[in-house]
Write a protein that binds this ligand. Structure first.
Ligand code: SF4
Length: 233
Protein backbone atom coordinates (compact mmCIF):
# COMPACT_ATOMS: atom_id res chain seq x y z
CA UNK A 1 0.00 0.00 0.00
CA UNK A 2 1.15 3.54 -0.60
CA UNK A 3 1.55 5.94 2.26
CA UNK A 4 -0.86 8.86 2.33
CA UNK A 5 0.63 12.18 1.34
CA UNK A 6 3.29 10.52 -0.83
CA UNK A 7 3.55 11.84 -4.40
CA UNK A 8 2.42 9.30 -6.97
CA UNK A 9 2.87 8.83 -10.69
CA UNK A 10 0.77 6.86 -13.17
CA UNK A 11 2.59 3.99 -14.91
CA UNK A 12 1.44 1.14 -17.11
CA UNK A 13 1.19 -2.25 -15.35
CA UNK A 14 1.88 -5.74 -16.75
CA UNK A 15 -1.66 -6.15 -18.11
CA UNK A 16 -1.71 -2.76 -19.82
CA UNK A 17 -3.61 -1.21 -16.93
CA UNK A 18 -2.55 2.10 -15.39
CA UNK A 19 -1.58 2.15 -11.75
CA UNK A 20 -0.24 4.64 -9.25
CA UNK A 21 3.28 4.23 -7.92
CA UNK A 22 5.31 6.47 -5.62
CA UNK A 23 6.99 9.19 -7.65
CA UNK A 24 10.32 8.41 -5.99
CA UNK A 25 10.24 4.85 -7.37
CA UNK A 26 9.21 6.06 -10.80
CA UNK A 27 12.10 8.55 -10.79
CA UNK A 28 14.56 5.89 -9.61
CA UNK A 29 13.49 3.60 -12.47
CA UNK A 30 13.87 6.48 -14.92
CA UNK A 31 17.38 7.26 -13.67
CA UNK A 32 18.40 3.61 -13.82
CA UNK A 33 17.01 3.24 -17.34
CA UNK A 34 18.95 6.32 -18.47
CA UNK A 35 22.12 4.95 -16.86
CA UNK A 36 21.69 1.62 -18.70
CA UNK A 37 21.24 3.38 -22.05
CA UNK A 38 24.15 5.76 -21.40
CA UNK A 39 26.48 2.84 -20.65
CA UNK A 40 25.11 0.72 -23.51
CA UNK A 41 24.26 2.97 -26.48
CA UNK A 42 23.79 -0.11 -28.68
CA UNK A 43 20.46 -0.67 -26.88
CA UNK A 44 19.06 2.26 -28.89
CA UNK A 45 19.35 -0.09 -31.88
CA UNK A 46 17.65 -3.06 -30.20
CA UNK A 47 14.83 -2.96 -32.76
CA UNK A 48 17.35 -3.27 -35.61
CA UNK A 49 19.21 -6.07 -33.85
CA UNK A 50 16.01 -8.02 -33.25
CA UNK A 51 14.84 -7.37 -36.82
CA UNK A 52 18.12 -8.67 -38.24
CA UNK A 53 17.67 -11.91 -36.29
CA UNK A 54 14.08 -12.32 -37.53
CA UNK A 55 15.26 -11.87 -41.13
CA UNK A 56 18.40 -14.03 -40.84
CA UNK A 57 18.37 -16.80 -43.45
CA UNK A 58 19.10 -19.58 -40.96
CA UNK A 59 17.17 -22.36 -39.21
CA UNK A 60 14.69 -21.72 -36.37
CA UNK A 61 17.19 -23.23 -33.96
CA UNK A 62 20.00 -20.95 -35.08
CA UNK A 63 17.70 -17.92 -34.92
CA UNK A 64 16.64 -18.71 -31.37
CA UNK A 65 20.26 -19.16 -30.36
CA UNK A 66 21.06 -15.74 -31.88
CA UNK A 67 18.17 -14.31 -29.86
CA UNK A 68 19.52 -16.04 -26.78
CA UNK A 69 22.88 -14.33 -27.33
CA UNK A 70 21.09 -10.97 -27.65
CA UNK A 71 19.19 -11.72 -24.42
CA UNK A 72 22.48 -12.42 -22.65
CA UNK A 73 23.88 -9.13 -23.94
CA UNK A 74 20.84 -7.31 -22.52
CA UNK A 75 21.29 -9.19 -19.25
CA UNK A 76 24.88 -7.95 -18.95
CA UNK A 77 23.84 -4.41 -19.95
CA UNK A 78 21.22 -4.08 -17.17
CA UNK A 79 23.09 -6.03 -14.50
CA UNK A 80 24.84 -3.01 -12.91
CA UNK A 81 21.56 -1.15 -12.43
CA UNK A 82 19.30 -4.13 -11.70
CA UNK A 83 18.07 -5.03 -8.23
CA UNK A 84 18.70 -8.70 -9.14
CA UNK A 85 21.31 -10.54 -7.08
CA UNK A 86 22.61 -14.10 -6.96
CA UNK A 87 20.45 -16.13 -4.59
CA UNK A 88 17.32 -14.06 -5.25
CA UNK A 89 14.79 -16.46 -6.77
CA UNK A 90 11.56 -14.45 -6.72
CA UNK A 91 11.32 -14.48 -10.54
CA UNK A 92 11.54 -18.30 -10.51
CA UNK A 93 8.16 -18.38 -8.76
CA UNK A 94 6.11 -16.84 -11.54
CA UNK A 95 5.02 -17.98 -14.99
CA UNK A 96 7.92 -18.64 -17.39
CA UNK A 97 6.40 -18.45 -20.85
CA UNK A 98 8.23 -20.34 -23.59
CA UNK A 99 7.61 -22.06 -26.91
CA UNK A 100 8.01 -25.64 -28.05
CA UNK A 101 10.96 -24.70 -30.21
CA UNK A 102 12.92 -23.31 -27.31
CA UNK A 103 11.90 -26.30 -25.17
CA UNK A 104 13.34 -28.58 -27.87
CA UNK A 105 16.69 -26.75 -27.72
CA UNK A 106 16.81 -26.89 -23.91
CA UNK A 107 15.77 -30.55 -23.93
CA UNK A 108 18.59 -31.45 -26.32
CA UNK A 109 21.18 -29.46 -24.39
CA UNK A 110 20.16 -30.88 -21.02
CA UNK A 111 19.36 -34.39 -22.27
CA UNK A 112 15.82 -34.27 -20.89
CA UNK A 113 12.53 -35.26 -22.46
CA UNK A 114 10.22 -32.54 -23.78
CA UNK A 115 6.44 -32.87 -23.37
CA UNK A 116 3.74 -31.50 -25.62
CA UNK A 117 1.81 -28.78 -23.72
CA UNK A 118 -1.98 -28.80 -23.75
CA UNK A 119 -3.33 -26.33 -26.32
CA UNK A 120 -3.68 -23.01 -24.52
CA UNK A 121 -6.48 -20.55 -25.05
CA UNK A 122 -5.37 -16.93 -25.33
CA UNK A 123 -7.83 -15.91 -22.63
CA UNK A 124 -6.22 -18.41 -20.19
CA UNK A 125 -2.95 -16.51 -20.07
CA UNK A 126 -3.82 -14.10 -17.24
CA UNK A 127 -5.50 -16.83 -15.17
CA UNK A 128 -2.52 -19.16 -15.66
CA UNK A 129 -0.18 -16.39 -14.57
CA UNK A 130 -2.16 -15.91 -11.36
CA UNK A 131 -2.35 -19.68 -10.73
CA UNK A 132 1.45 -19.96 -10.99
CA UNK A 133 2.24 -16.99 -8.75
CA UNK A 134 4.46 -18.23 -5.92
CA UNK A 135 4.93 -21.76 -7.35
CA UNK A 136 8.68 -22.40 -7.66
CA UNK A 137 10.01 -23.70 -10.98
CA UNK A 138 11.14 -27.31 -10.60
CA UNK A 139 14.57 -26.41 -12.00
CA UNK A 140 15.17 -24.19 -8.97
CA UNK A 141 17.45 -26.14 -6.65
CA UNK A 142 18.70 -24.69 -3.35
CA UNK A 143 17.86 -21.20 -4.56
CA UNK A 144 19.76 -21.51 -7.87
CA UNK A 145 18.85 -22.42 -11.44
CA UNK A 146 19.99 -25.98 -12.16
CA UNK A 147 19.87 -25.40 -15.95
CA UNK A 148 21.45 -21.93 -15.86
CA UNK A 149 23.44 -22.21 -19.11
CA UNK A 150 20.34 -23.43 -20.96
CA UNK A 151 17.66 -21.42 -19.12
CA UNK A 152 14.86 -19.92 -21.23
CA UNK A 153 15.21 -16.52 -22.86
CA UNK A 154 12.39 -15.23 -20.63
CA UNK A 155 14.60 -15.95 -17.60
CA UNK A 156 17.65 -14.33 -19.21
CA UNK A 157 15.96 -10.97 -19.78
CA UNK A 158 13.89 -10.88 -16.60
CA UNK A 159 15.13 -8.05 -14.39
CA UNK A 160 14.00 -5.28 -12.09
CA UNK A 161 15.19 -1.69 -12.12
CA UNK A 162 13.73 -1.16 -8.67
CA UNK A 163 15.88 -0.42 -5.60
CA UNK A 164 15.52 -4.00 -4.29
CA UNK A 165 13.55 -7.21 -4.83
CA UNK A 166 10.75 -6.36 -2.38
CA UNK A 167 8.20 -5.77 -5.16
CA UNK A 168 9.22 -8.98 -6.97
CA UNK A 169 8.07 -11.23 -4.13
CA UNK A 170 5.06 -13.37 -5.03
CA UNK A 171 3.43 -12.37 -1.76
CA UNK A 172 3.00 -8.81 -3.09
CA UNK A 173 -0.46 -8.22 -4.52
CA UNK A 174 0.10 -8.01 -8.32
CA UNK A 175 -2.26 -5.03 -8.44
CA UNK A 176 0.08 -3.11 -6.12
CA UNK A 177 3.50 -4.33 -7.24
CA UNK A 178 5.78 -2.27 -9.44
CA UNK A 179 8.72 -3.95 -11.15
CA UNK A 180 10.20 -1.50 -13.68
CA UNK A 181 12.17 -2.99 -16.57
CA UNK A 182 13.64 -1.92 -19.89
CA UNK A 183 11.15 -2.10 -22.73
CA UNK A 184 11.51 -5.69 -23.98
CA UNK A 185 8.66 -5.56 -26.51
CA UNK A 186 10.92 -5.97 -29.55
CA UNK A 187 12.70 -8.94 -28.01
CA UNK A 188 9.38 -10.63 -27.22
CA UNK A 189 8.09 -9.98 -30.74
CA UNK A 190 11.29 -11.40 -32.22
CA UNK A 191 10.97 -14.42 -29.94
CA UNK A 192 7.45 -15.10 -31.21
CA UNK A 193 8.57 -14.63 -34.81
CA UNK A 194 11.55 -16.96 -34.38
CA UNK A 195 9.62 -19.74 -32.66
CA UNK A 196 7.15 -20.52 -35.43
CA UNK A 197 3.87 -22.23 -34.57
CA UNK A 198 5.30 -24.57 -31.98
CA UNK A 199 2.85 -23.97 -29.13
CA UNK A 200 3.53 -21.97 -25.99
CA UNK A 201 3.12 -22.51 -22.30
CA UNK A 202 4.73 -22.34 -18.91
CA UNK A 203 8.05 -24.16 -18.54
CA UNK A 204 6.36 -26.78 -16.33
CA UNK A 205 4.14 -27.79 -19.25
CA UNK A 206 7.18 -28.83 -21.30
CA UNK A 207 9.34 -30.60 -18.73
CA UNK A 208 8.42 -33.05 -15.96
CA UNK A 209 11.54 -31.84 -14.15
CA UNK A 210 10.11 -28.30 -14.09
CA UNK A 211 6.93 -29.40 -12.30
CA UNK A 212 5.92 -26.60 -9.99
CA UNK A 213 6.02 -26.70 -6.22
CA UNK A 214 3.16 -25.41 -4.07
CA UNK A 215 1.99 -21.81 -4.25
CA UNK A 216 2.41 -19.30 -1.42
CA UNK A 217 -1.17 -19.94 -0.29
CA UNK A 218 -0.77 -23.74 -0.43
CA UNK A 219 2.41 -23.50 1.66
CA UNK A 220 0.65 -21.34 4.26
CA UNK A 221 -2.19 -23.88 4.44
CA UNK A 222 0.31 -26.74 4.81
CA UNK A 223 2.14 -24.91 7.60
CA UNK A 224 -1.19 -24.33 9.32
CA UNK A 225 -1.84 -28.09 9.22
CA UNK A 226 1.59 -28.80 10.65
CA UNK A 227 2.53 -30.79 7.54
CA UNK A 228 5.49 -28.62 6.42
CA UNK A 229 5.82 -26.81 3.14
CA UNK A 230 7.32 -29.53 0.96
CA UNK A 231 9.10 -26.79 -0.99
CA UNK A 232 12.46 -27.52 -2.56
CA UNK A 233 13.99 -30.68 -3.81
S1 SF4 B 1 14.54 -22.17 -15.60
FE1 SF4 B 1 15.98 -21.53 -14.02
S2 SF4 B 1 15.97 -19.27 -14.06
FE2 SF4 B 1 14.14 -19.98 -15.18
S3 SF4 B 1 12.48 -20.01 -13.64
FE3 SF4 B 1 13.39 -22.09 -13.69
S4 SF4 B 1 14.96 -22.08 -12.07
FE4 SF4 B 1 14.45 -19.92 -12.53
Amino acid sequence: MMESGQGTALVRGPWGETREVPEALEELARQKTLAVYRANPWLERLTEAAGAIIRADVTHTKRLKMLRALADRINVAVSKQAACRRGCDACCKIQVEMTGWEAKIIGEEMGIKVKEPAPAKAEDSKKRSMDLLGKPCGFLKAGECSIYASRPIACRVHHSLNMDAAMCQPEVNPAESMVPTLNMTMLHLAYAACSGKTGAGDISEFFDEARRGPSVIERCLDDGNGEGSGVGS
